[in-house]
Design a protein around this ligand. Structure first.
Ligand SMILES: Cc1cc2nc3c(=O)[nH]c(=O)nc-3n(C[C@H](O)[C@H](O)[C@H](O)COP(=O)(O)OP(=O)(O)OC[C@H]3O[C@@H](n4cnc5c(N)ncnc54)[C@H](O)[C@@H]3O)c2cc1C
Length: 480
């Protein structure tokens, strides 16, 4: 783990507030003064406190962003995780009002027995709604239903000066479309209203499709865009030649009324809870330790190859719970720790549909040629959206997970720079929740100067003194 340069802080605030916090990937960490408010008044007081001491405030939800998005070295970290009350629930309309620290897990557990499921969820249920809105997360259904922001009816945002702004598509629409996805730089969400999706069963019908190459995977996606509700592809990063990009696609659809013989049972929260045991015998909480011996090149080549060949035996469809399908990563809590002290970075690139095959083939070949093979690859389908700091395009994303060690760190960042350039040349985009390697130049080239100028203008209007900042913000928006 790389210690922040400011581990030796001046001491304007109580020393017992100082904590080292890290990004989820474990490659970046920082010492900050951490405050955990429980009320909006607390938030306002903390903003004032920081201002009076000449410090900046970095917002943090559940800390599930991979890199430095929720770190603020040497300054304040405003951790919203204790503002975690569900403020209202309408089971007729499927509308829920929450405080920002409410997790996606709390949302689905509260709503599912009434026949509702969050319209958009990430690969883990442990993100907060505030942090998810600030990154405008996408799910495995992004091409169909858009990002989380498309399912937020309204929110309240406290600005650095303490004023609370209420935003929706009709009230302050510009701020609505910029604060969602605005990575906590315009204000702090203090409440959000979500519109959930009606479901008639706690089960999904899942179709596994084994694909021998990246081209076949993309074709499998395109064929299922209409019938499927969710699509996700696992890519074997070790496969080469004609098999490059081979893997497994999972297509899933909701069950219509009448298809589940016992919806009351499948819609119970307890039925959806992931098992604390793996294979019925192994406590899930310790499973990451058993994965550790495999998290090297030889081991991961073996795991990827075995997964591909075993998958070929499962050609029949099956039913899975919403949680089992959506939150695959949560089956093994803390799995990222299996990678060792260096942690991991994820490189997720978004490119237009007609360029995806060529760009992603080049990315995989390049990683292999550099001797830095991704241990995990995931393909998703997206559509563009109306948010200012959008990461989506009408196309595909490929997320590649790389193990970081002291020895490979320099080479890995150099590879990421090459990958970033490929994406920019293809007119693609990046996702700040996963980023660790972008520079101001690469970020500006991907988002475009016009969007950046609009964002900067809003930042000046909402936060003229630059009170809100994070390590990610300083990395991509360095002071002139
Ligand atoms: C295993 C795993 C799988 C994932 N899968 C996906 C996926 O499929 N799709 C996807 O889109 N993402 C995915 N992610 C990324 C994750 O959804 C995002 O990083 C999300 O933002 C994390 O939410 P959080 O509450 O942990 O926020 P944090 O990481 O704590 O913060 C994220 C950002 O939100 C800001 N912020 C936090 N709270 C507030 C607030 N109240 N008001 C304003 N700004 C705030 C922070 O300053 C920061 O910039 C995954 C992450 C993990 C670990």
């Amino acid at each position: 783990m790389v210690a922040s340069p400011s581990s030796t802080l001046p001491d304007p605030l109580p020393a017992d507030r100082r904590e080292r916090i890290s990004g989820w990937g474990g490659t970046m960490s920082a010492v900050s003064y951490v405050y955990r408010p429980t009320t909006v008044e607390d938030v306002r007081a903390i903003l004032e406190l920081a201002q009076s001491r000449g410090l900046t405030v970095g917002l943090r939800g559940a800390g599930r962003s991979y890199g430095d998005a929720a770190l603020n070295a040497g300054n304040l970290c405003l951790d919203l995780s204790l503002m975690n009350r569900i403020l209202g629930w309408d089971p007729e309309e499927g509308v829920m009002r929450v405080q920002p620290g409410v997790t996606i897990r709390q949302v689905w557990r509260h709503a599912i027995a009434d026949g509702w499921w969050p319209a958009v969820v990430p690969g883990t249920m442990f993100t907060s709604v505030g942090g998810s809105a600030a990154m405008n997360i996408h799910g495995k259904n992004n091409w169909k239903v858009g990002p989380l922001g498309d399912h937020i009816r309204d929110f309240e945002l406290i600005l650095p000066n303490g004023r609370i702004e209420r935003c929706s598509r009709t009230e302050q629409p510009e701020l609505f479309h910029a604060a969602i996805g605005g990575f906590g730089m315009l204000g702090c969400f203090t409440s959000l209203t979500l519109e959930l999706k009606r479901v008639h069963s706690g089960l999904l019908a899942v179709e596994p499709i084994v694909v021998p190459s990246l081209g076949a995977m993309i074709a499998a996606f395109e064929e299922r865009l209409a019938p499927a509700d969710y699509l996700v592809g696992w890519v074997d990063g070790f496969a080469t030649g004609a098999h490059l990009g081979r893997g497994l696609v999972h297509a899933a659809r909701y069950l219509p009324p009448g298809e589940d013989p016992d919806p009351a049972r499948s819609l119970r929260a307890e039925t959806q809870d992931l098992s604390a045991m793996l294979l019925g015998v192994l406590p899930a909480s310790v499973a990451w330790r058993l994965m550790r011996p495999f998290t090297n090149r030889v081991g991961m080549r073996f795991v990827n190859t075995a997964h591909y060949h075993l998958a070929r035996r499962h050609r029949n469809g099956y039913r899975d719970s919403h949680t089992g399908f959506a939150f695959l990563f949560d089956h093994v809590p803390d799995w990222q720790r299996a990678l060792g002290p260096g942690g991991l970075i994820q490189h997720q690139s978004f490119v237009a549909a007609d360029q995806a095959r060529e760009v992603f083939t080049t990315e995989l070949r390049l990683a292999q040629r550099r001797g830095l093979v991704p241990y995990l690859g995931v393909l998703k389908r997206h559509r563009s959206d109306a948010f200012l700091m959008t990461h989506a395009v009408d196309g595909f994303s490929l997320a590649l997970d790389f193990k970081v060690t002291q020895r490979n760190r320099g080479r890995l960042w150099a590879l990421a720079a090459e990958l970033n350039q490929l994406v920019i040349d293809a007119g693609g985009r990046f996702y700040l929740a996963k980023d660790s390697t972008l520079t101001p130049g690469t970020f500006a080239a991907s988002l475009g100067e016009e969007r950046l100028a609009r964002f900067r203008a809003l930042k000046r209007a909402c936060d003229p003194e630059g009170l809100l900042a994070t390590d990610l913000y300083r990395r991509l928006f360095p002071a002139p």
